[in-house]
Design a protein around this ligand. Structure first.
Ligand code: HEC
Length: 452
């Protein structure tokens, strides 16, 4: 009974050794005596000490293996549940659930479970964190980190008997002491508990927000925890901005400056007027209605433009791209758009037919005026200045002049020189007739959507 009491008062019996051999031999003796709650303390790792102590290999690998397999099962189950059971979604005819596709996720879950298990089980098996140890209070014990070896048999051991332990250890050393139970206050300060409680509660906030987001509906935009650059105060084209006095985000060019490549000092080339003439406004050209102002329209071509076959060829090509759809390849005003407009009677909605370019009125324009029309349009025709470069517009003018000279809107075979086959430019009536003959609809029927 008195022994029992004594055992309660001490933490254990500590023996100090001077060398590896004596601590090893003492350890073997303690091991053979059948003690379980004891340990050796050495300044450096001692080879074979685990064998001398009878330490069994750790079971950590088995725990990790078990949890890794659990992770594998969880990963597979999760993918099966989401893809093949709860939210089946057929993608490109692929199977809803197949092992190869699930390996990456399964692998990751295995790693996740194993890594956490290895880390936390290691701490648990080592009984860490271990914030204090009564041995640390012994001044002599400190030397085990420098040049001493120690063995402590703890009183917690069911076989513990202080005298017997002293007898066993005494065979190898004479230096022994009892380690008293640490009676100093071990509890953590109150504030620490409070902070930990608060932190623990706080960790539930993201989770509860996620749960709320899953089940509740809201009309507000979702939380933007990290706005990144999504809502930066920056200037956007065509919008207001408070950063400038006039409230506009876009700046006008500084007065008197000309952007690179925008110098329009060749009046002939850029405006179709003689050098030094006043420049026609960037407005729709309407004969005689330009504020009564007289422009010295260019009669021929700008000096910068060489009129040759290459220019005509370029003009034919550009005309075909930009003008032919309306004015027709031969300039007769029967381009594809014009014909379609006729076919659906687009005039009833205000469609204006493109004009034939061989007409006397079109022939009467100066080259400068044609250039201006191609650039800025005329009346209901829009301009093509932003799509076609000035040189190409002059090429188109040259080509329009060419069709005016060659395509004289023949009316009868008699208009042509002898020997030339007469192929009259199709009239709208001809086109309508040929369209009707191609796929003559049964009388009284209307193609779908074509009822007028
Ligand atoms: C979308 C159809 C369309 C395209 C494309 C088009 N035009 Fe026109 N064009 C018109 C229409 C419509 C008129 C008649 C405008 C009016 O009188 O209101 C017209 C008129 C003209 C006239 C005046 C004819 C006259 O007798 O007064 C000229 C010249 C002309 N276009 C040249 C061109 C050139 C050159 C191009 C190619 C750069 C072109 N057009 C592209 C529809 C078009």
């Amino acid at each position: 009974m008195s022994d029992q009491k004594k055992n309660d008062e001490i933490h254990g019996v500590v023996a100090y050794f001077d060398d590896v051999d004596s601590v090893m031999s003492a350890a073997r003796k303690v091991r053979d005596a059948g003690y379980k709650k004891w340990d050796t303390y050495t300044p450096f790792p001692v080879h074979g000490i685990d064998e001398a102590m009878g330490t069994k290999p750790t079971i950590l690998p088995w725990i990790v293996l078990g949890m890794g397999l659990t992770g594998m099962a969880c990963g597979l189950l999760l993918q099966w549940y989401t893809n093949a059971y709860d939210y089946v979604f057929l993608i490109s005819g692929k199977p809803n659930w197949s092992l190869p596709a699930n390996i990456p996720v399964t692998f990751e879950v295995v790693i996740l479970f194993s890594a956490y298990t290895a880390f936390f089980a290691m701490l648990g098996l080592n009984k860490l964190p271990h914030l204090s140890n009564p041995l640390h209070k012994l001044p002599k014990f400190r030397r085990v980190t420098a040049d001493r070896f120690a063995i402590c048999v703890e009183a917690k051991d069911p076989n513990f008997d202080a005298d017997r332990v002293r007898a066993i250890l005494g065979a190898n050393t004479s230096e022994m002491e009892d380690c008293p139970v640490d009676t100093s206050r071990a509890a953590l300060p109150l504030w620490f508990h409070a902070v930990m409680a608060l932190v623990t509660c706080a960790t539930f906030i993201p989770l509860s927000l996620a749960v709320k987001g899953r089940f509740a509906t809201s009309e507000k935009p979702r939380y933007h925890v990290w706005p990144d650059m999504d809502f930066q105060r920056k200037r956007k084209t065509q919008t207001g901005w408070e950063g400038f006095e006039d409230g506009r985000s876009m700046r006008l060019p500084v007065e008197g400056t000309i952007p690179r490549g925008e110098l329009r000092d060749d009046f002939e080339l850029y405006f179709g007027v003689a050098q030094g003439s006043s420049v026609p406004p960037r407005a729709t050209y309407e004969a005689g209605s330009m504020g009564g102002e007289k422009f010295e329209w260019l009669q021929s071509f700008p000096t910068a433009v060489v009129v040759d076959e290459a220019l005509l060829e370029r003009g034919r090509e550009r005309y075909g791209i930009y003008c032919g759809v309306c004015h027709g390849a031969q300039g007769n005003g029967l381009g594809a758009v014009a014909l379609r407009a006729k076919a659906i009677d687009a005039e009833q909605w205000g469609w204006v037919s493109p004009k034939a370019l061989q007409s006397d009125s079109a022939k009467a324009y100066t080259n400068g005026e044609l250039f201006h029309i191609a650039s800025h349009g005329i009346s209901s025709m829009k301009g093509y200045g932003s799509q076609i470069t000035p040189k190409d517009r002059w090429a188109i003018v040259a080509f329009v002049r060419a069709i005016q000279a060659s395509q004289a809107l023949p009316k009868a075979p008699a208009d042509l020189p002898a020997g030339v086959d007469f192929e009259p430019v199709p009239t709208i009536k001809d086109v309508r007739l040929s369209e009707a003959s191609v796929d003559a609809p049964a009388s009284g029927t209307e193609p779908a959507g074509e009822a007028r």
